[in-house]
Write a protein that binds this ligand. Structure first.
Ligand code: SF4
Length: 182
């Protein structure tokens, strides 16, 4: 069932993606989410967008706590697709490879500082998956909050699959975070 809907989405989008290729004056990066569709279709999406000259990224579907949620078939597809993609700096940590092999990939999560997630109620949360541990109205958010959250240890980091938060946190990996050890 999910295969039917994904194929339909790609077919429907092909023409619009071609327009984007012809007219966009900005860099276009398309993400395929492994686990959100049958593996062969994720491969198809990546091949298609690369033919168009777009950048492609592979993300991993995660559960409601931001943790990995993939079948062994999905994991194989991930390895195959990643091997075909050029490496770019946000991917340097190779955390996805560690996670899909069942190993932890610790990082100092700077959520609510370098990476700000604002929900539909105007509240800042650590990320889309962790909403119950910290929350504050965006309009009350201060530079002190940014500083505090920068240094705040997030216990969910080792198996976190949130690529955006990981990328945004990466440049500050050399800075300390009390409680963090790897
Ligand atoms: S490590 Fe950070 S981004 Fe990942 S689930 Fe935890 S709070 Fe969210």
């Amino acid at each position: 069932m999910r295969g039917v809907s994904t194929r339909k989405v790609l077919n429907n989008l092909k023409k619009r993606l071609q327009w984007l290729r012809d007219h966009a004056r900005f860099e276009v990066v398309i993400c395929a989410v492994i686990g959100a569709c049958p593996p062969e279709e994720a491969d198809e999406v990546v091949s298609f967008v690369r033919q168009l000259g777009f950048g492609a990224r592979v993300l991993l579907v995660h559960d409601s706590q931001g943790q990995l949620k993939l079948s062994s078939e999905d994991l194989k597809a991930f390895e195959n697709i990643v091997d075909k993609l050029p490496r770019k700096w946000p991917e340097f940590s190779g955390y996805r490879r560690e996670l899909v092999r069942g190993r932890p990939a610790p990082f100092k999560c700077r959520a609510d500082s370098r990476y700000l997630y604002v929900d539909e109620y105007g509240k800042v949360n650590w990320c889309s998956q962790i909403r119950n541990l910290w929350s504050k109205n965006l309009m009350d958010y201060t530079t002190n909050d940014l500083r505090e959250q920068f240094y705040r240890y997030k216990s969910c980091h080792a198996t976190c699959t949130l690529g955006c938060a990981r990328s945004a946190s990466q440049l500050d990996n050399w800075r300390s975070q009390p409680g963090f050890s790897s």
